[in-house]
Write a protein that binds this ligand. Structure first.
Ligand code: PGA
Length: 273
Protein backbone atom coordinates (compact mmCIF):
# COMPACT_ATOMS: atom_id res chain seq x y z
CA UNK A 1 0.00 0.00 0.00
CA UNK A 2 1.28 3.48 -0.84
CA UNK A 3 1.09 5.85 2.08
CA UNK A 4 0.30 9.44 0.98
CA UNK A 5 3.04 12.01 1.51
CA UNK A 6 2.51 15.74 1.93
CA UNK A 7 5.74 17.75 1.69
CA UNK A 8 5.98 21.46 2.50
CA UNK A 9 8.63 23.30 0.50
CA UNK A 10 9.23 26.58 2.31
CA UNK A 11 11.69 27.83 -0.32
CA UNK A 12 13.56 30.99 0.79
CA UNK A 13 10.84 32.48 2.98
CA UNK A 14 10.52 33.86 6.51
CA UNK A 15 13.10 34.79 9.13
CA UNK A 16 14.17 32.22 11.73
CA UNK A 17 11.87 33.34 14.56
CA UNK A 18 8.65 33.16 12.56
CA UNK A 19 9.82 29.89 10.95
CA UNK A 20 10.18 28.32 14.40
CA UNK A 21 6.67 29.45 15.33
CA UNK A 22 5.28 28.11 12.04
CA UNK A 23 6.98 24.77 12.60
CA UNK A 24 5.71 24.50 16.17
CA UNK A 25 2.19 25.29 14.97
CA UNK A 26 2.39 22.73 12.16
CA UNK A 27 3.64 20.12 14.62
CA UNK A 28 0.83 20.88 17.06
CA UNK A 29 -1.88 20.77 14.37
CA UNK A 30 -0.40 17.63 12.78
CA UNK A 31 -0.49 15.88 16.16
CA UNK A 32 -4.14 16.86 16.61
CA UNK A 33 -4.87 15.56 13.12
CA UNK A 34 -3.07 12.30 13.88
CA UNK A 35 -4.98 11.68 17.09
CA UNK A 36 -8.26 12.47 15.34
CA UNK A 37 -7.43 10.01 12.56
CA UNK A 38 -6.31 7.39 15.10
CA UNK A 39 -9.69 7.62 16.86
CA UNK A 40 -11.23 6.95 13.46
CA UNK A 41 -9.07 3.84 13.00
CA UNK A 42 -6.82 5.64 10.48
CA UNK A 43 -3.56 5.81 12.46
CA UNK A 44 -0.45 6.45 10.32
CA UNK A 45 -2.60 7.53 7.41
CA UNK A 46 0.06 9.78 5.90
CA UNK A 47 3.64 11.05 6.02
CA UNK A 48 4.33 14.76 6.45
CA UNK A 49 7.71 16.29 5.60
CA UNK A 50 8.93 19.88 5.92
CA UNK A 51 11.68 21.45 3.80
CA UNK A 52 12.90 24.62 5.52
CA UNK A 53 15.84 26.70 4.31
CA UNK A 54 18.99 24.68 5.17
CA UNK A 55 20.25 27.27 7.67
CA UNK A 56 17.21 26.39 9.86
CA UNK A 57 17.99 22.66 10.01
CA UNK A 58 19.30 22.72 13.57
CA UNK A 59 16.14 24.38 14.89
CA UNK A 60 14.00 22.06 12.74
CA UNK A 61 15.74 19.04 14.21
CA UNK A 62 15.28 20.39 17.75
CA UNK A 63 11.56 20.99 17.25
CA UNK A 64 10.65 17.84 15.29
CA UNK A 65 12.86 15.17 16.89
CA UNK A 66 10.68 12.55 18.55
CA UNK A 67 7.61 13.51 16.48
CA UNK A 68 6.21 11.66 13.49
CA UNK A 69 7.05 14.54 11.15
CA UNK A 70 9.96 14.24 8.74
CA UNK A 71 12.22 16.94 7.38
CA UNK A 72 14.83 17.51 4.72
CA UNK A 73 16.44 20.09 2.46
CA UNK A 74 15.52 21.73 -0.80
CA UNK A 75 18.72 20.64 -2.53
CA UNK A 76 21.85 18.52 -2.07
CA UNK A 77 25.29 18.56 -3.65
CA UNK A 78 26.13 16.11 -6.43
CA UNK A 79 29.49 15.57 -4.67
CA UNK A 80 30.52 13.96 -1.42
CA UNK A 81 33.06 16.55 -0.21
CA UNK A 82 35.65 19.00 -1.42
CA UNK A 83 36.05 22.44 -2.91
CA UNK A 84 32.41 23.14 -3.78
CA UNK A 85 31.73 26.56 -2.32
CA UNK A 86 28.20 26.99 -1.01
CA UNK A 87 27.20 23.35 -1.47
CA UNK A 88 25.93 20.96 1.24
CA UNK A 89 26.64 17.24 1.04
CA UNK A 90 24.28 14.35 1.73
CA UNK A 91 26.47 13.14 4.62
CA UNK A 92 26.22 16.58 6.27
CA UNK A 93 22.42 16.36 6.04
CA UNK A 94 22.47 13.01 7.79
CA UNK A 95 23.95 14.78 10.80
CA UNK A 96 20.78 16.89 11.07
CA UNK A 97 18.35 13.97 11.08
CA UNK A 98 17.04 14.58 7.56
CA UNK A 99 15.03 11.78 5.97
CA UNK A 100 14.27 13.37 2.61
CA UNK A 101 15.87 15.69 0.11
CA UNK A 102 14.34 17.54 -2.84
CA UNK A 103 16.25 17.05 -6.06
CA UNK A 104 15.87 18.82 -9.40
CA UNK A 105 13.27 21.37 -8.38
CA UNK A 106 12.56 23.56 -11.40
CA UNK A 107 13.65 26.64 -9.44
CA UNK A 108 17.08 24.99 -9.10
CA UNK A 109 17.10 23.98 -12.75
CA UNK A 110 16.46 27.61 -13.73
CA UNK A 111 19.76 28.58 -12.15
CA UNK A 112 21.59 26.19 -14.46
CA UNK A 113 19.40 27.02 -17.42
CA UNK A 114 20.79 30.54 -17.37
CA UNK A 115 24.12 28.86 -18.09
CA UNK A 116 22.43 27.31 -21.14
CA UNK A 117 23.21 23.78 -20.08
CA UNK A 118 21.53 21.12 -22.12
CA UNK A 119 18.48 19.53 -20.44
CA UNK A 120 20.09 16.11 -20.78
CA UNK A 121 23.12 17.35 -18.81
CA UNK A 122 20.73 18.66 -16.14
CA UNK A 123 19.10 15.23 -15.93
CA UNK A 124 22.57 13.73 -15.41
CA UNK A 125 23.19 16.17 -12.53
CA UNK A 126 19.86 15.07 -11.00
CA UNK A 127 21.01 11.44 -11.36
CA UNK A 128 24.30 12.25 -9.57
CA UNK A 129 22.44 13.94 -6.70
CA UNK A 130 20.06 10.99 -6.54
CA UNK A 131 23.05 8.66 -6.23
CA UNK A 132 24.49 10.80 -3.40
CA UNK A 133 21.18 10.94 -1.51
CA UNK A 134 20.39 7.23 -1.70
CA UNK A 135 23.92 6.18 -0.80
CA UNK A 136 23.59 8.24 2.41
CA UNK A 137 20.21 6.84 3.39
CA UNK A 138 18.17 9.88 2.34
CA UNK A 139 14.96 9.45 0.38
CA UNK A 140 15.12 11.64 -2.71
CA UNK A 141 12.02 13.45 -3.89
CA UNK A 142 12.83 13.90 -7.54
CA UNK A 143 10.99 16.76 -9.17
CA UNK A 144 10.06 16.31 -12.77
CA UNK A 145 7.84 18.36 -15.05
CA UNK A 146 7.52 20.22 -18.31
CA UNK A 147 7.84 23.95 -18.94
CA UNK A 148 4.97 25.98 -20.34
CA UNK A 149 6.65 25.86 -23.76
CA UNK A 150 7.00 22.05 -23.66
CA UNK A 151 3.41 21.76 -22.47
CA UNK A 152 2.17 23.87 -25.37
CA UNK A 153 4.17 21.73 -27.80
CA UNK A 154 2.75 18.51 -26.33
CA UNK A 155 6.17 17.40 -25.08
CA UNK A 156 5.22 16.49 -21.50
CA UNK A 157 5.78 12.75 -21.86
CA UNK A 158 9.03 13.24 -23.77
CA UNK A 159 10.49 15.47 -21.01
CA UNK A 160 9.45 13.06 -18.29
CA UNK A 161 10.58 9.92 -20.09
CA UNK A 162 14.03 11.45 -20.66
CA UNK A 163 14.70 11.91 -16.94
CA UNK A 164 13.19 8.56 -15.97
CA UNK A 165 15.41 6.80 -18.50
CA UNK A 166 18.55 8.57 -17.24
CA UNK A 167 17.74 7.55 -13.64
CA UNK A 168 16.96 3.94 -14.54
CA UNK A 169 20.13 3.74 -16.60
CA UNK A 170 22.27 5.15 -13.79
CA UNK A 171 21.08 3.00 -10.89
CA UNK A 172 18.64 0.45 -12.26
CA UNK A 173 14.90 0.38 -11.70
CA UNK A 174 15.04 -1.45 -8.34
CA UNK A 175 16.70 1.54 -6.69
CA UNK A 176 13.68 3.65 -7.57
CA UNK A 177 11.73 1.80 -4.88
CA UNK A 178 13.41 4.14 -2.35
CA UNK A 179 12.47 7.19 -4.36
CA UNK A 180 9.54 9.58 -4.41
CA UNK A 181 8.71 11.43 -7.63
CA UNK A 182 7.05 14.81 -7.62
CA UNK A 183 5.36 15.64 -10.88
CA UNK A 184 5.56 19.44 -10.99
CA UNK A 185 4.52 21.10 -14.23
CA UNK A 186 6.65 24.25 -14.24
CA UNK A 187 3.70 26.32 -15.52
CA UNK A 188 1.72 25.41 -12.39
CA UNK A 189 4.36 26.31 -9.78
CA UNK A 190 3.51 29.44 -7.86
CA UNK A 191 1.10 30.57 -10.58
CA UNK A 192 -2.22 29.64 -8.95
CA UNK A 193 -2.88 27.63 -12.14
CA UNK A 194 -2.88 24.02 -10.96
CA UNK A 195 -3.04 21.07 -13.36
CA UNK A 196 -6.47 19.44 -13.42
CA UNK A 197 -6.81 16.23 -11.41
CA UNK A 198 -7.29 14.36 -14.70
CA UNK A 199 -4.11 15.78 -16.21
CA UNK A 200 -2.12 14.91 -13.09
CA UNK A 201 -3.55 11.39 -13.10
CA UNK A 202 -2.66 10.86 -16.78
CA UNK A 203 0.94 11.98 -16.28
CA UNK A 204 1.40 9.98 -13.06
CA UNK A 205 0.02 6.89 -14.73
CA UNK A 206 2.36 7.44 -17.70
CA UNK A 207 5.30 7.58 -15.27
CA UNK A 208 4.24 4.41 -13.51
CA UNK A 209 3.81 2.58 -16.80
CA UNK A 210 7.22 3.71 -18.02
CA UNK A 211 8.88 2.38 -14.84
CA UNK A 212 6.73 -0.79 -14.96
CA UNK A 213 8.35 -1.69 -18.28
CA UNK A 214 11.52 -2.29 -16.25
CA UNK A 215 10.06 -3.37 -12.93
CA UNK A 216 6.33 -3.69 -12.28
CA UNK A 217 6.66 -4.18 -8.50
CA UNK A 218 8.71 -1.02 -8.04
CA UNK A 219 6.36 0.95 -10.28
CA UNK A 220 3.38 -0.09 -8.20
CA UNK A 221 5.00 0.63 -4.83
CA UNK A 222 6.75 3.98 -5.40
CA UNK A 223 5.01 7.22 -4.51
CA UNK A 224 4.33 9.89 -7.11
CA UNK A 225 3.14 13.15 -5.60
CA UNK A 226 1.84 16.21 -7.44
CA UNK A 227 3.12 19.77 -7.01
CA UNK A 228 2.05 23.08 -8.52
CA UNK A 229 -0.48 25.45 -6.90
CA UNK A 230 -2.02 22.82 -4.63
CA UNK A 231 -4.22 24.58 -2.07
CA UNK A 232 -6.83 23.75 0.54
CA UNK A 233 -9.60 23.92 -2.07
CA UNK A 234 -8.19 21.73 -4.84
CA UNK A 235 -6.18 19.18 -2.79
CA UNK A 236 -8.97 16.65 -2.22
CA UNK A 237 -9.88 16.46 -5.92
CA UNK A 238 -6.24 16.09 -7.00
CA UNK A 239 -5.45 13.48 -4.31
CA UNK A 240 -8.59 11.51 -5.16
CA UNK A 241 -6.92 10.24 -8.32
CA UNK A 242 -5.53 6.72 -7.98
CA UNK A 243 -1.94 7.47 -9.06
CA UNK A 244 -1.56 10.70 -7.08
CA UNK A 245 0.02 9.80 -3.74
CA UNK A 246 0.04 13.23 -2.09
CA UNK A 247 1.51 16.63 -2.83
CA UNK A 248 4.57 18.89 -2.83
CA UNK A 249 3.26 22.16 -1.50
CA UNK A 250 4.97 25.54 -1.88
CA UNK A 251 2.99 28.69 -1.04
CA UNK A 252 0.26 26.95 0.96
CA UNK A 253 2.82 25.23 3.22
CA UNK A 254 3.62 28.63 4.78
CA UNK A 255 0.12 28.85 6.24
CA UNK A 256 -0.53 26.33 9.00
CA UNK A 257 -4.30 26.11 8.46
CA UNK A 258 -4.05 25.64 4.70
CA UNK A 259 -1.22 23.13 5.05
CA UNK A 260 -3.06 21.03 7.62
CA UNK A 261 -6.23 21.04 5.48
CA UNK A 262 -4.12 19.70 2.61
CA UNK A 263 -2.69 17.00 4.93
CA UNK A 264 -6.22 16.10 5.98
CA UNK A 265 -7.26 15.73 2.32
CA UNK A 266 -4.34 13.36 1.73
CA UNK A 267 -5.13 11.30 4.84
CA UNK A 268 -8.68 10.79 3.59
CA UNK A 269 -7.56 9.75 0.13
CA UNK A 270 -10.20 7.22 -0.85
CA UNK A 271 -8.36 4.85 -3.10
CA UNK A 272 -4.91 4.16 -1.69
CA UNK A 273 -3.63 0.97 -3.25
P1 PGA B 1 3.47 26.10 -5.19
O1 PGA B 1 4.95 25.49 -5.27
O2 PGA B 1 2.65 25.15 -4.37
O3 PGA B 1 3.64 27.45 -4.56
O4 PGA B 1 2.96 26.16 -6.60
C1 PGA B 1 5.16 24.11 -5.44
C2 PGA B 1 6.64 23.82 -5.48
O5 PGA B 1 7.41 24.66 -5.94
O6 PGA B 1 7.09 22.75 -5.06
Amino acid sequence: MRKPLVAGNWKMNNPIESSKILLENILHQAELLESMLAKDGKASALDIAIFPPSVYLKETQEILTGSSLHWGTQNVSAYDEGAYTGEISASMLQGFGCDYVLIGHSERRCIYETLELDQFVLDKIVAQKYEMATSHGLTPIICIGETEEDYAKGKTEEVIARLLDVLIESKGSKALAQTVFAYEPVWAIGTGKSATPEWAQDVHSFMRERIAKHDATTAESLRIIYGGSVNANNAAAIFSKPDVDGGLIGGASLDVDKFIQICFAAALKPNKI
